[in-house]
Design a protein around this ligand. Sequence first.
Ligand code: FAD
Length: 534
Amino acid sequence: MKHEADVLVIGSGIAGLSFALKVAEWGTVNIVTKKEGWESSTNYAQGGIASVLSREDSFEQHLRDTIAGGDGLCHPEVVEQVVREAPERITELVNWGVEFDRDAEDRLALGREGGHSRNRIVHVKDLTGREVERVLLALVVAHPQIQLYTDHTAIDLITEHHLDLGTGTTHCYGAYILENSTGQVHRFRARLTMLATGGAGQVYLHTTNPEIATGDGVAMAYRAGATLGNLEFMQFHPTTLYHPMAASFLITEALRGEGAVLRNKEGAEFITHPQRSLAPRDIVARAIDGEMKRTGVAHLFLDATGISREKLEQRFPHVYQQCARFGIDISHDPIPVVPAAHYMCGGVITDLQGRTSLPGLYACGEVAHTGLHGANRLASNSLLEALVLAHNASLSAREDMVSLTVIDDGIPVWDDSGTCAGEEWILIQHNLHELQTVMWDYVGIVRSRLRLERAQRRINMLGMEIRDYYRKTKVSTQLLELRNLAAIAHLIIKAAMQRTESRGLHYRHDYPERNDRQWQHDTVLQRDSDSSQL
Ligand SMILES: Cc1cc2nc3c(=O)[nH]c(=O)nc-3n(C[C@H](O)[C@H](O)[C@H](O)COP(=O)(O)OP(=O)(O)OC[C@H]3O[C@@H](n4cnc5c(N)ncnc54)[C@H](O)[C@@H]3O)c2cc1C
C-alpha cells in the first residue's frame, strides 16, 4: 500500500488535529499517532485556554502578562499576534462544538491562573483538554480528506540524506513510520510534513505528561538538520498530587486562582512574592523546592479548604474525585503536593507561519519554539499558541504547496538487515529509569555547572549503550522513545550549560543573576559533529 498525501501530520493533539482540519479544506491529509487518537497532553489539560474576552481585560494587559512571565525572552511580535488572534480561535472552537462553561448571563465563564492579571481562561470545568480533543477528533475521523493512522510511530523524517540526491540542500519528504501492531516500517510520502508531537516531560522522573511525551519530534527534527531553540527552559508545575499511586496527577493552577493556598508542614504560607501562591510558576516551583530542601520534607500542602465544597465539586470535579480516590477530601484536608516536569518552552524553531528551518517541514504546538513563551510560559497560553500557529500554518502551507513536490521514487525501503528482535525489555526499562533519575537529580529545578557536567557524563554513557542496542535491534516504540529521550536529555543539558545565568525557568545557583548584557537572546542548537551520536 502506498502512503501518500499532500500533507503528513505527526501527532493527534490540539496542534495536529486543528491543523489537519484546516488543511483538509484544500488538500489530502495523513495523520499518524503513536497510540489511540485521543492520547496526548491535550487530553489531560485541565485549566483552559487564555483569551481576552471581557471588558475588564485588554490585549495590552494579556501581552504585558505574557512578556513579564517570559523574563526578557518573549518575541513581542509573536505575543502580539497570538494574543490578538485568541478570541477568533476560541469562537472557532465554539463553532466546532466545544462547550465551554458559561456564567449566569450565558457569557463564557472566565477563570484566573498564575501570572494572569485578569480573569481570561475559558474552560470546561477542569477537563478542558478532554472536551477539545473529543470534538476535534470526531471532526477529523468524519472528514473524507483525512486518514488517521493510530498506533503508528514516526521513526525519522525523510530528507536528502536518505535519497542521496546529491543536491546539497536538505528538504523533508515525509517520514518513516512504524506500524506498531505488525512491526512493519512504511514510507509516508508528503509534500509537506507537520510535526505536532507535543512535549518531552518523560525525560524527567516526575512529570505531569502522559507516556507519549518523549520528545520524538524535537529529536527527529534535530537529526534531520532543523534548528532548535531554548531547550533549557523546562517548566515544572508546582502542584502535582503526592501519593504513591497518583503518577504525578496535576492539581490545576485554577484551584489557586479560586483561592487555594500553598502551606508548609507547619501550616504557614511560605511564598514571599507579592502574588504569593499565584506568583508565576517558576517562582512557586522554586519556592516549593527550596522549602522542601530546607525542611527535608517529601512534599508540601495545597490548602483548598477555604473554598466551599459545593464550588469544589462543581468547578473542579476531576481534581475532587481523583483526590477522593486516594482518601483526600479536598474541602476538608490540605492536599499533599510536589512539583513535576510539565511543559517544554523550547523546541523546533519556527516562524509565525509554523515553518521550520528545513523546507517541507512545519512544526506547531509544544514541539515548536515560536518565541511566545520566552523563558517561562504563562498558564493556558500553550493550547492557545497551538491553535493560532496551526491556523497560520494552514494558510502558509497552502501557499508553499505550489513549490513543494512529493518524491515518488528513490526513497529507500527501511533497512533492518542485521538486526534481531529485541528480547531485552529489562535493558530498556532500566536505561529509561536511570536517564529520568539523572535528569531529575541534576538537571531539574535548580542547576549548576557541577551537576550539569555530572549529568552529561552519565547521559553520554547511556546514549552510547542505547545507540548500540538500537543498531542491533528491530525497532519498537519503546526503543524509539528511549533513543529520543537520550537525545533530548543530551540537548537539554547542552543548552543549560550554555546559559550561564538564571532566567525564567532556568535557575543556576552558580550564576544566580540575570545577565542581560550577555544573554538576552535564545539558545540555538544546530546539528553538529556530535549529532551522529543522537
Ligand atoms: C496534565 C496537563 C495539564 C495541562 N493543562 C493545560 C492547560 O490548562 N492549558 C494549556 O494551555 N496547556 C495545558 N497543558 C499543556 C498543553 O496541554 C500542551 O502543551 C498541549 O496540549 C500540547 O498540544 P500538542 O498538540 O502540541 O501535543 P499533544 O497534545 O501532546 O499531542 C502530541 C501527539 O503526538 C503524538 N506523537 C508523539 N510522538 C509521536 C511519534 N513519534 N509518532 C507518532 N505520533 C507521535 C502523540 O501520540 C500525540 O497524539 C497541560 C499539560 C498537561 C500534561
